[in-house]
Structure formats: structure tokens, C-alpha cells
Design a protein around this ligand. Structure first.
Ligand code: NDP
Length: 447
């Protein structure tokens, strides 16, 4: 069974060959393999069991047709997916994304990342991800409902409270989770914790909505505290204006920082006075109720709106909270040359590989997504526990658990990522996430 450790290039050659054209998946695997392969090189137990090769091959990926009828009576056809990457340490767990850019490659990268992220939370959850190339923008409530019902009519075959427990992601919030849970319940005649991010009336958990954005700011605060610093008084640039971004702003405000940007796919607003609680409430209404564009904020509050992304705005701290590959190398260089001291990723894989190298070389505090945005899935894990026990924990308990989990993730990354006085959080997150999954996989033998 003894094999020689492959180099990163050899390993990636195999991954690219087996998954042609899946660039996002290659990118995510390469980022992890670059740290894990050297780590296992002198540890025969991991090397011999081919753990990394096995984690980089999803347990299964299903693709299915989703047929639905629009308001004009036209038949519409979308493609749905569920990627179940690895369930060594618990049921598959990971969000559902509805966005036109969804492909198998995007969901494979997300499910792969989720495996390490879920391991980092310390909770018993494996990694999965799903979604469809459906665009909820501009659709009526009735159309969204019919799409969600059709999507769940197929997805129901693959999920279950002890098998796979999806949650929300881009384009999937409380409304969509409600429609999908309703359809699951109708099809199975069982009221179980099969989705997280549910409404409070039907098994949801307090602070689940807030958890990813809050968690990304806690992670930043933890990185800063390790350098005897804090979020207080810092100017923060944030991208996105959805669930993660708005709750990141809320926590930045709580901790005494100043958030000056938010964005959507049309551009970003720059409000040097800061996005205070009143303005944030207006944005939440704009995005969740009126479903409008961020440019309307500039008209309402008299500030600048620009096309493109916000990374050229001078800041102390940056929180990418929109989507993958939204900080390219040039933007990473701009952040560093503008003296940005920390980046905490609310979105999944928002920085390209070259950008990560720039942050690492500059030795700024860089919290990669699998660690920094794990607060959301951590509270999803707590929602699963509450559903199984048929209880509801109080808000203070959950707030404390979220803070404690983010601190533990930080400390775990710091342990495995220490490089002299500097902490390489990418390496720390990759290795700490890997170890638990790898140990479980070895216990199962060759399966
Ligand atoms: P939402 O749908 O609530 O918001 C997404 C935001 O990002 C919107 O402002 C959207 O703008 C913008 N956006 C999406 N795609 C693009 C794009 N291609 N270019 C520019 N802007 C874009 O999603 P979430 O806030 O839930 O998710 C944001 C990120 O956080 C994702 O990477 C997600 O995977 C990650 N994440 C989310 C978790 C959660 O709990 N929700 C948990 C962990 C990670 P527009 O409306 O114009 O499309």
C-alpha cells in the first residue's frame, strides 16, 4: 500500500484530467493540496491511505431537470444539482445556490470547501452543496414557489435529516427555504430537520440568518486580537449586499468599526460617513422586500455609486461577501498598497490563487473563507441539534456558542498555521480541517 507522495503538480495533473474544464473545482483543490501534501509527506499513515485523493473525488454528484411554469404559462427548464462530497464525520451539509452562474464545477468546489469548513467547526457535519442555474431575480413569488417545489420534488430522493441537510446560499434565503421545506413535508409526510435556515415558526434557529456575517467579523476580531488590535475605529470595505454582507456590517458597527461600501452585481456604493444602523435597515428592506438595486442607496443617502468592485477604496479591513473570484491579483495588490491590514472572507473563495499569494507575501492578516465564514454552517449545525432534540435555545446561548466556535476555529488555525510570529491562516485552516476528516476516513478502511 505504500506510495510515494505526489508533488502538487502531479496531484493536480490527475485532478484536472479527471475533471476537465472545471476550473473553480481545480482552484479550490489546489489551494488545499498545496498545504496538505507537504503536511502528509512525512506522515505515512495519511499518505498510504490516499486521503487527499479520496476527498477530492465527491462521494456522488446528481444532476436533474427542474421543470416549472412561469406566470405566462410558458414551460421553463432549469438544471438542478446536489454534490455530496464527503460524509466521513457527519451527514452531508451545505447550502443550495440559485444563480445563473451555477455549474457542476462551482458546486463541486463549494462541496469540497465545505468538507474542510464543516470539520473546522468541530461539529459532526460532512460536506455537500447544491443548487440550480435558476435566476430568482425578476421572478414573481409564485414563480419562485413553483420552481422551489419542482426542485424539491427531485431533491427529496437524496436528502434526509441523517443523510444530507441543505441550507441557503446565494439566491436562497428564508422565502426559498420555506417553499422547499413545505414541499419536502408534503412529499414525505414528515416534519424533520431536513433543511436549515428555516423560519422560527417551523424549526428555525435564532441567529442563523446573522451567523455567517457576524462570524466573519468575529474571525477578523480574533485575528486582530492576536496582534493586540481590534475592529474598533477601523474603516471597512465590504462587497455584496445580501445576507452575509449586511450582517457583517451590523457586527462591524457593533464593534465600533465603520463600514463604507456595499455592492451588488451592478456596482458599489461608497458612503464615507459610514453605513449606520438606520441605513442598514433601509438596505435590508431594499434587498429582502423590495428586491431593488444597491445604486438606489446612493440616491437615497446622497453618496457615490460606481460600477465595478469596491477594492480600490482605501480601508483598514476588507470583507469580500459577494461571490467567488471577486478579488483578482490587481485588486489584492491595491488593497495591500492602500495599507489594508486584514481580509476576512464572508464569501466562498472570493480571492483568486494569485491574490492569496499577494496577501501571504505581504503578511497581512488573511482569514480564508473555509475558516472565516464557518459561523453560518456552525449555527446550522446547532439548528440540527435543536431540531433533533425538539427544543429551541435562547439567543444569548447561541450568540455565545457562535463567538466561542469562531474563537476555537481561529485558535485551531493559529496552531497549525504558525510561521514564527506570523500566522498563515490558509495553511492552518487546510491542515486543521483535513486532520479530523482524514482520521475518520482511516477508521473506516477502504470505502
Ligand atoms: P445573497 O444572495 O444573500 O447575496 C449575494 C450578494 O452578492 C448580492 O448582493 C449579489 O448581488 C452579490 N453577487 C452575487 N453574485 C455576484 C456576482 N457574480 N458578481 C457581483 N456580485 C454578485 O447571498 P449570501 O449573502 O448568502 O452569500 C454571499 C456569499 O457568502 C457566497 O459566496 C456564499 O457562498 C457565501 N456564504 C453564505 C453563507 C450563508 O449563510 N448565506 C454561508 C457561508 C458562505 P446581485 O443581487 O446583484 O446578484
Amino acid at each position: 500500500m505504500v506510495t510515494n507522495a505526489p508533488t502538487l503538480d502531479e496531484f493536480m495533473h490527475g485532478v484536472v484530467k479527471r475533471n476537465p474544464g472545471e476550473e473553480e473545482f481545480h482552484q479550490a483543490v489546489k489551494e488545499v493540496a498545496a498545504d496538505v501534501l507537504p503536511f502528509v509527506a512525512d506522515k505515512p499513515k495519511y499518505k498510504e491511505w490516499e486521503i487527499m485523493r479520496r476527498i477530492a473525488e465527491p462521494d456522488r454528484a446528481v444532476m436533474f431537470r427542474v421543470t416549472w411554469m412561469d406566470d405566462n404559462g410558458n414551460i421553463r427548464v432549469n438544471r438542478g444539482y446536489r454534490v455530496q462530497n464527503n460524509n466521513a464525520i457527519g451527514p452531508y451539509k451545505g447550502g443550495i445556490r440559485f444563480h445563473p452562474s451555477v455549474t457542476l464545477s462551482v458546486l463541486k468546489f463549494l462541496a469540497f470547501e465545505q468538507t474542510f469548513k464543516n470539520s473546522l467547526t468541530g461539529l459532526p457535519m460532512g460536506g455537500g452543496k447544491g443548487g440550480a442555474d435558476f435566476n430568482p431575480k425578476g421572478k414573481s413569488d409564485g414563480e419562485v414557489m413553483r420552481f422551489c417545489q419542482s426542485f424539491m420534488t427531485e431533491l427529496v430522493r437524496y436528502i434526509g435529516p441523517d443523510t444530507d441537510v441543505p441550507a441557503g446560499d446565494i439566491g436562497v434565503g428564508a422565502r426559498e427555504i420555506g417553499y422547499m421545506f413545505g414541499q419536502y413535508k408534503r412529499l414525505t409526510n414528515s416534519f424533520v430537520g431536513v433543511l436549515t435556515g428555516k423560519g422560527m415558526e417551523f424549526g428555525g434557529s435564532l441567529i442563523r440568518t446573522e451567523a455567517t456575517g457576524y462570524g466573519a467579523v468575529y474571525f477578523m476580531q480574533n485575528m486582530l486580537e492576536a496582534q493586540s488590535n481590534s475592529v474598533e475605529g477601523k474603516t471597512c470595505v465590504i462587497s455584496g449586499s445580501g445576507n452575509v454582507a449586511t450582517h457583517a456590517v451590523e457586527k462591524i458597527n457593533d464593534l465600533g468599526g465603520k463600514a463604507v461600501t456595499l455592492s451588488d452585481s451592478s456596482g458599489f456604493i461608497f458612503d464615507p460617513a459610514g453605513i449606520n444602523a438606520e441605513k442598514l435597515a433601509w438596505i435590508k428592506d431594499l434587498k429582502n422586500v423590495r428586491r431593488g438595486r444597491i445604486s438606489e442607496y446612493a440616491d437615497e443617502f446622497g453618496c457615490e455609486f460606481h460600477e465595478g468592485r469596491p477594492w480600490g477604496v482605501e480601508c483598514d479591513l476588507a470583507f469580500p461577501c459577494a461571490t467567488q473570484n471577486e478579488i483578482d491579483e490587481g485588486e489584492a495588490k491595491t488593497l495591500v498598497s492602500n495599507n489594508c491590514i486584514g481580509v476576512s472572507e464572508g464569501a466562498n473563495m472570493p480571492t483568486v490563487l494569485g491574490g492569496i499569494e499577494i496577501f501571504k507575501d505581504a503578511k497581512i492578516m488573511y482569514g480564508p473563507s473555509k475558516a472565516a465564514n464557518a459561523g453560518g454552517v456552525a449555527v446550522s449545525g446547532l439548528e440540527m441539534s435543536q431540531n433533533s432534540a425538539r427544543i429551541a435555545w435562547k439567543e444569548e446561548e447561541l450568540q455565545k456558542l457562535l463567538r466561542d466556535i469562531m474563537k476555537d476555529i481561529h485558535d485551531n488555525c493559529a496552531e497549525y498555521g504558525a510561521e514564527g510570529k506570523h500566522i498563515n491562516y490558509v495553511k492552518g485552516a487546510n491542515i486543521a480541517g483535513f486532520i479530523k476528516v482524514a482520521n475518520a476516513m482511516m477508521a473506516y478502511g477502504v470505502v
